[in-house]
Design a protein around this ligand. Structure first.
Ligand code: KG4
Length: 343
């Protein structure tokens, strides 16, 4: 019989091109296994059909490894949390179907998780039993990834309100699309981050959006970047090659300025000075440094995620599942995944 004082959640994440499984015991991480997919490298982006096939190959060994690494028996699992969306439908189907099968096999409930909520709650994963360094409520979360740029008012573990969001491209998309026009491989964000370290962030000025409120826009920056390259290549065909570091540093600075501008506005308007950052773009070293500087200046309590929790991972799905489990929010076996889901 299960020890009822121990709540053990198996998390499963398969929304895009990472197959991941994690075990969280009473909020403490016990394992977090991630299998990436190299198969997309030749295509300049994620190929949905190839992603779902790779998930099918990876899911059994990844879940098996997560259970073994946690040192538990699968009969000790209290519930299975899975990513219901948003993401690629074929990829989501693999994780969802696997969760349903295993839940029936070991007779435990399932918990559906919104991937975006998972990113926000990654800050609540405890590294060990004595780890009490988690944000309090309410706080503001800057969620920046390949598909989202949002400012979220986090009222408690399960109640969140999006108070600002992109009206077109996401910050990660701005990094990736500008990288692509410079001839850099996908995803361009990490490479721009690396090259930016050698460049001058004030060398080039790009257009910034002028929209009111707390919403973001990145499509104008992309166009401004493209026109800048077009005009300068007319004069010097080696322009990109000779100025790559400055281009990256200036682009990165512009994206960070745009992100910080609205975040500061949100903090002022709400009077909240506890800030978290989440999502793939939160791995950006320039963004992390700028946030730390602003936090010092403005007396913010800042939570920056460990690198392992910036990209897609099942630990964040398991921790969200843990709080939904405590709240008895269970999924049914007829639930289907959704490619589009909002917070
Ligand atoms: O959250 P995430 O892993 O997944 C999706 O949104 O699907 O975010 C991926 C995004 C990509 O756009 C990638 O270029 C960006 O995060 N990214 C970065 C860095 N690392 C990942 N962008 C800027 N600097 C980085 N170091």
């Amino acid at each position: 019989m299960n020890d009822t004082s121990k709540i053990i959640i198996l998390g499963i994440e398969s929304s895009c091109d990472d197959t991941s499984a994690a075990i969280i015991e009473n909020g403490v991480i016990r394992s977090n296994i991630i299998a990436g997919q190299k198969v997309h490298e030749d295509y300049g982006g994620v190929v949905p059909e190839l992603a779902s096939r790779a998930h099918q190959q990876n899911i059994v060994p990844v879940v098996d490894q997560a259970i073994k690494k946690a040192g538990i028996n699968r009969n000790e699992i209290s519930a299975i949390a899975f990513t219901r969306g948003p993401g690629l439908l074929g990829s989501l189907l693999v994780g969802t179907s696997f969760a349903k099968g295993l839940s029936l096999a070991i007779n435990v409930p399932m918990v559906e998780v919104n991937h975006l909520q998972g990113h926000v709650l990654a800050h609540f994963i405890k590294e060990n039993d004595n780890d009490n360094n988690q944000p309090s409520f309410p706080h503001l979360c800057l969620l920046v990834s390949g598909g989202n740029s949002q400012i979220i008012l986090v009222k408690n573990h399960l109640e969140m309100e999006v108070i600002g969001q992109t009206i077109d491209d996401a910050a990660g998309e701005a990094f990736d699309k500008c990288a692509k026009v410079m001839g850099l491989p996908y995803p361009g964000g990490p490479l721009i981050d690396k090259l930016a370290k050698e460049g001058n962030p004030n060398a080039i000025t790009f257009n910034k959006p002028r929209i009111t409120g707390l919403d973001y826009s990145f499509s104008g920056l992309k166009t401004s970047f493209l026109y800048h390259l077009r005009d300068n290549i007319k004069i010097n065909e080696n322009y990109i090659e000779e100025n790559k570091n400055d281009l990256c540093a200036s682009l990165q600075k512009t994206i960070i300025d745009i992100l910080l501008n609205k975040l500061k506005k949100a903090a002022n308007e709400t009077g909240i000075n506890e800030i978290t950052v989440a999502g793939g773009v939160s791995a950006n070293s320039g963004l992390r440094n700028t946030l730390q500087e602003e936090a010092k200046k403005r007396n913010w309590t800042l939570f920056i995620p460990e690198f392992k929790y910036t990209t897609d991972n099942a630990a964040m799905i398991a921790i969200t599942g843990y709080y939904k489990y405590l709240n008895k929010q269970f999924a049914t076996h007829i639930m289907v995944p959704f490619a589009r889901m909002v917070l």
